[in-house]
Design a protein around this ligand. Structure first.
Ligand code: FES
Length: 160
């Protein structure tokens, strides 16, 4: 190998390293600024469904709001979750299920746990949820914007 070709190879390696470092840097900047710039979506308070006083909902219970098309679940730590009544398979209305302590669909027998996650198909996706806002001790649900999700995580809960 000549000295010239060695220099060429080294400079090519250097170029690739710089290109990779630049790509990683751009990705990091994009992710960081993307996360910093994320804001909670604004909610039109007139469109919120008023479910009632926070104190009227006991822990470990599910409350149906068929006119709002959601179930309000309150878990043992007081966290609230508004779960869509609409099955993610073909859109039938799910019902509470005593056996699973969650929900089941009368159309094709999909089952969901208390967080709305799929226990048995044909549904493949967790039930949608709605954002909850606590205003003056009232639980208000943004029923106009279902939020799709893969599964449950605690960040979906709302606390008074
Ligand atoms: S619509 Fe619910 S399982 Fe098919």
């Amino acid at each position: 190998m000549t000295e010239k070709s060695m220099k060429k190879k080294v400079s090519r390696r250097k170029f690739i390293k710089i290109a990779i470092a630049a790509a990683v840097s751009f990705e990091l900047i994009y992710v960081l600024f993307g996360l910093l710039g994320k804001k909670k979506p604004k909610i039109d308070s007139a469109s919120l469904f008023n479910a009632g006083k926070v104190s009227s909902f006991e822990n470990n219970k599910i409350y149906p709001f068929t006119s709002g098309r959601f179930y309000l679940s309150r878990f043992d730590d007081g966290g609230l979750l508004a779960i869509s009544i609409k099955c993610t398979h073909l859109g039938c209305m799910v019902q509470t299920d005593i056996k699973t302590k969650g929900f089941s669909c009368p159309c094709h027998a999909s089952k969901f746990n208390k967080y709305g996650e799929v226990l048995s198909p044909p549904a493949t996706r967790a039930l949608d949820v709605f954002q909850i806002v606590i205003e003056n001790g009232q639980v208000k649900v943004d029923v106009n914007k279902p939020i799709k999700r893969r599964g449950f995580n605690v960040s979906q809960l709302t606390y008074a």
